[in-house]
Design a protein around this ligand. Structure first.
Ligand SMILES: *[C@@H]1O[C@H](CO)[C@@H](O)[C@H](O)[C@H]1NC(C)=O
Ligand SMILES: *[C@@H]1O[C@H](CO)[C@@H](O)[C@H](O)[C@H]1NC(C)=O
Ligand SMILES: *[C@@H]1O[C@H](CO)[C@@H](O)[C@H](O)[C@H]1NC(C)=O
Ligand SMILES: *[C@@H]1O[C@H](CO)[C@@H](O)[C@H](O)[C@H]1NC(C)=O
Ligand SMILES: *[C@@H]1O[C@H](CO)[C@@H](O)[C@H](O)[C@H]1NC(C)=O
Length: 387
């Protein structure tokens, strides 16, 4: 991370070099950097600890290119759920450790041809609001800090002057954040820079659950209210819609202007488990097995899943500048690991891997709008197990 104030890299370079020597086959160790300086600006995790990110520097043709990847991990919708997070890495950097970069973050040219030599940052997720929260007051009873948007701002401001191209990305709650923050991020960088956004498993749709209730809408309303997110949702949408609607990509994307790529499964395992069949909608647990393993679904359950897929496809943006890769694997998040990003047996649509699709779209080699055939088709997913 380039610190504009001191004009210096806040990277422990000696430590970085010694770690790189111990390169693993399936990923590169990426040291963790605690951003202590952000605490003074109130940019902190739920428990008040400093935000953290991991960084590997770019090289060669990638030195002025920046990939910012936001970690995912659901949301906390009420005080109880947020307090629970303060006892682990989802709400406190005290529990975070070094991790390794793979997939779109990896530095293997063969499996990551378009981004392997970029500067790569992974922002850790410790706010429970998809990086949108901003409440000044801290409740003395719980010491909870709702400051996700400040964390995003403090950690994602790359070296603006030197940035020629950038991609804001993330998976799950981080994939949603990459949509919600896309125009902001674009506006932060020089207008001459090529800036785009890439959401992995972040296209959560506004659908009713199997009991007919609006479970996900109620979840997002709680999250937006608890974290004070409204002012950090895209202003393009906020002016037209009730605030919590702007947490849904399908309503917010048509109002935004920066090019976006959507990687998602039409049978996303998190969405099936939490949007279509939350436990509140299945008290008899008739879906218990099917939710975990699509092969165990009955024919009527499968029919319900096909209906969900139709709703998902209908909710996708129609603009042909939006790139997309909509697979039919029962999975969630595919860009952060080499087996799904690009490797032997990684999922493909029309012989195209995810890495190639995203690279082709980012570099304008071709427009990419790929939608896989309906499950159980045979075009992809040989090595994906359910999550
Ligand atoms: C918090 O939300 C969860 C999930 O909806 C619910 O089970 C729990 O009762 C809620 N807790 C409070 C204190 O509202
Ligand atoms: C998008 O659609 C318009 C109108 O149909 C067409 O002119 C344009 O070439 C398309 N762009 C891409 C990237 O396919
Ligand atoms: C995919 O590749 C196989 C083998 O290389 C080829 O036979 C097939 O026609 C290709 N399919 C498409 C849709 O390009
Ligand atoms: C692939 O799927 C198509 C359509 O579902 C089917 O007709 C075909 O037999 C399948 N091929 C293989 C090799 O499974
Ligand atoms: C995928 O699974 C096959 C066996 O089904 C295995 O041989 C292969 O190594 C796996 N590939 C990856 C990338 O894990």
């Amino acid at each position: 991370m380039f610190d504009p104030k001191s004009r210096a890299w806040i990277v422990p370079s000696l430590c970085l070099i010694s770690l790189l020597v111990s390169l693993e086959v399936d990923g590169s160790p990426a040291p963790m950097i605690l951003l202590e300086s952000a605490v003074a600006k109130g940019a902190v995790c739920l428990d008040g600890s400093p935000p953290a990110y991991h960084f590997l520097p770019g090289s060669g043709s990638g030195v002025n290119s920046w990939l910012v990847f936001m970690e995912g991990g659901g949301w906390c919708r009420n005080v109880t759920e947020c307090v629970e997070r303060t006892g682990n890495f989802r709400g406190s950097s005290k529990f975070m450790k070094e991790l390794s970069f793979s997939g779109i973050l990896g530095d293997n040219q063969k499996t990551n041809p378009d981004f392997y030599n970029w500067n790569r940052i992974k922002i850790r997720y410790c706010d429970g609001s998809s990086f949108t929260g901003d409440v000044e007051a801290v409740d003395p009873a719980t010491n909870l800090h709702y400051r996700g948007a400040r964390v995003h701002h403090a950690t994602s401001h790359a070296n603006v002057a030197e940035c020629l191209q950038a991609l804001l990305s993330g998976c799950s709650a981080g994939g949603l954040a990459s949509i919600l923050h896309c125009d902001d991020f674009r506006n932060l960088l020089p207008s001459s820079a090529n800036v785009k956004c890439f959401s992995d498993a972040g296209y959560f749709i506004d659908a009713k659950d199997i009991s007919g209730a609006d479970s996900v809408k109620s979840l997002y309303t709680d999250v937006v209210n608890l974290h004070g997110s409204t002012k950090n949702l895209p202003s393009s949408c906020n002016s037209m819609e009730t605030p919590s609607r702007c947490f849904f990509p399908q309503y917010v994307m048509p109002t935004m202007s920066t090019p976006l790529f959507i990687l998602n499964s039409a049978y996303d395992s998190w969405q099936i488990m939490n949007i279509l069949v939350p436990s509140s909608a299945d008290p008899g647990q008739a879906w218990a097995e099917c939710k975990l393993d699509i092969k165990k679904c009955s024919s009527s359950q499968l029919q319900t899943l096909q209906g969900f897929r139709s709703q998902f496809l209908q909710a996708l943006p129609t603009s042909n500048s939006t790139g997309m890769f909509i697979i039919s694997c029962h999975t969630h998040c595919q860009s952060g690991g080499r087996p799904t990003w690009q490797d032997v047996d990684s999922p493909m649509i029309e012989n195209t891997t995810i890495a190639k699709a995203v690279g082709d779209w980012y570099n304008d080699r071709s427009a990419v709008r790929k939608i896989d055939c309906e499950y159980p088709c045979n075009s992809s997913c040989p090595n994906i197990t359910n999550e």
